[in-house]
Design a protein around this ligand. Structure first.
Ligand code: NAP
Length: 173
């Protein structure tokens, strides 16, 4: 399937394994270049290298704990060095389930979940400035897509009308 994503750039947190790696592979198959992060450096670097070799895309693998602001800042710096043109997609996938009940978990645990599942997405979005990176280009791309879809719909409608006209002149159903 061609989703017209070739040469776009996607950041995926928790991209070293599981769902994050599967999404990374799916996007790489579409020709998307990647920046992956996870806490285990060896794993994330290996995953990035394998995907790059397999799909012929650029793939940065970077050690980063997204629950920590200082790690996120370093990751964003590495992304900007690898992709100075800015990124198109951010997938906030890194996370974990919880075994505790509200009543049992201390504040420190809830603070960790908050930093991991909420603040990581806020901080990455803010630092990467996805839309602001090139807002004019983003809007122009959207306008073109709407115009193309309208043209296609109009062409299909005209073809259907021609078929209906033919049937009514020949009397066939
Ligand atoms: N699988 C499910 O059924 C399911 C259901 C509901 C929601 N989810 C959510 O979907 C996401 C992916 O699930 P999954 O099953 O693919 O999990 P997984 O196999 O455990 O993979 C999690 C990924 O996130 C990374 N990660 C975890 N904590 C991180 C942190 N603090 N900073 C950076 N990276 C971190 C892990 O690498 P490191 O350990 O090296 O950091 C790994 O790359 C998670 O957010 C999970 O909570 C999963």
């Amino acid at each position: 399937m061609d989703l017209e994503l070739k040469d776009k750039i996607a950041v995926i947190t928790g991209g070293s394994k599981g769902i994050g790696e599967a999404v990374a592979r799916g996007l790489a198959g579409e020709g998307v270049h990647l920046a992956l992060c996870a806490r285990n450096r060896e794993e994330v670097e290996n995953t990035a290298r394998k995907i790059s070799e397999e799909f012929g895309v650029k793939a940065l693998g970077f050690a980063c704990d997204v629950s920590k602001l200082e790690d996120i800042e370093k990751f964003v710096e590495a992304i900007k060095n690898a992709y100075p043109e800015g990124v198109d997609v951010l997938i906030n996938n890194a996370g974990t389930g919880s075994a505790e009940k509200i009543i049992d978990a201390p504040d420190s645990r809830w603070q960790y979940y908050w930093d991991l599942h909420v603040m990581a997405a806020v901080r990455l979005s803010r630092l990467l400035e996805i839309l602001a990176a090139d807002e004019a280009q983003f809007l122009e791309r959207g306008r073109k897509e709407v115009e193309e879809t309208m043209e296609e719909t109009a062409t299909e409608g005209n073809q259907e009308n021609t078929e209906t006209d033919k049937r009514s002149t020949t009397g066939s159903p």
